[in-house]
Ligand binder design. Structure first.
Ligand SMILES: NC(=O)c1ccc[n+]([C@@H]2O[C@H](COP(=O)([O-])OP(=O)(O)OC[C@H]3O[C@@H](n4cnc5c(N)ncnc54)[C@H](OP(=O)(O)O)[C@@H]3O)[C@@H](O)[C@H]2O)c1
Length: 228
């Protein structure tokens, strides 16, 4: 499948690398390819190498501006900073999103007051709903935003995969296809369909608890298991 992954950070890189490994044709979308390759700074306190260094080891991931990446895609992942997501999608071109499954893994984090970040959208709305409302032709499915990047593509790395991931979206066929992709390409076994796109509010509002747990546990390698 032709898959575009919007985002050059930890999540975009992790999803792209896994999807290439699974033999998909992957284009990573960014604002400016030359600027991205020219960056020399490491991210995430030194844990994320400069992009060019990462790309040398993952050269089969193609690079393109968001609009070009969107045009060629059968399916798109949004792994961009929540505060920039709507602008990124606008720059990708509404016509390039029409009819396509848009898997949104972003979180609406506002870092303007330092750590911990607050939520820029919550309670009565979610970023996923804003995306769906702004790009009505896109088939938005919210998922994977409740786990760290490494767990997104390798759930077995935590407790042998015995834990849960959520999906939310209005389009049942799109959700079914995303559930299938989560299972076949990433190895998820337990997927809970929460309901329509409004149900993305809960997973997005989980982020403050996720951040607190990461601090207490000293690792991002954990997830929720729903027992009932
Ligand atoms: N890190 C995790 O493990 C994790 C887990 C779950 C969910 N998430 C969510 O996944 C998303 C990606 O997270 P991340 O840590 O990989 O990367 P990030 O640093 O949050 O986002 C990087 C991406 O956002 C784009 N971006 C940032 N500011 C922009 C602006 N002003 N205008 C246009 N584009 C802008 C960057 O574009 P360029 O490529 O042009 O620089 C880049 O592609 C976030 O919403 C995050 O909350 C992260």
């Amino acid at each position: 499948m032709n898959i575009s992954v919007f985002g050059s950070g930890m999540v975009g890189r992790t999803l792209s690398a896994k999807l290439v490994e699974r033999r998909h044709n992957v284009v990573l979308g960014t604002r400016d390819v030359d600027a991205l390759l020219a960056r020399t700074e490491a991210g995430m306190g030194g844990r994320l190498p400069p992009f060019a260094e990462w790309h040398r080891d993952h050269s089969s991931v193609q690079l393109a501006p968001f609009a070009v990446a969107a045009e060629s895609a059968d399916l798109i992942f949004n792994a961009t900073a929540g505060e920039a997501t709507l602008d990124v999608l606008k720059s990708a071109g509404e016509e390039n999103l029409d009819g396509k499954i848009l898997i949104d893994v972003s979180n609406p984090l506002d870092h303007s007051s330092g750590f911990p970040p607050t939520l820029s959208v919550c309670n009565t709305e979610s970023l996923a709903e804003q995306i769906q409302a702004t790009f009505s032709g896109a088939r938005v499915v919210k998922t994977l935003n409740t786990v760290t990047a490494a767990v997104m593509v390798e759930p077995d790395a935590v407790e042998g995969g015995d834990h849960h991931i959520f999906v939310s979206g209005n389009d049942h066929e799109a959700k079914d296809r995303v559930v299938e992709l989560l299972k076949s390409e990433f190895g998820w076994r337990n997927v809970i369909d929460l309901g329509d796109i409004k149900t993305a509010r809960g997973p997005e509002m989980y982020l403050p608890l996720w951040l607190q747990l990461m601090g207490n546990l000293g690792t991002p390698m954990f997830n929720i298991k729903v027992a009932h």
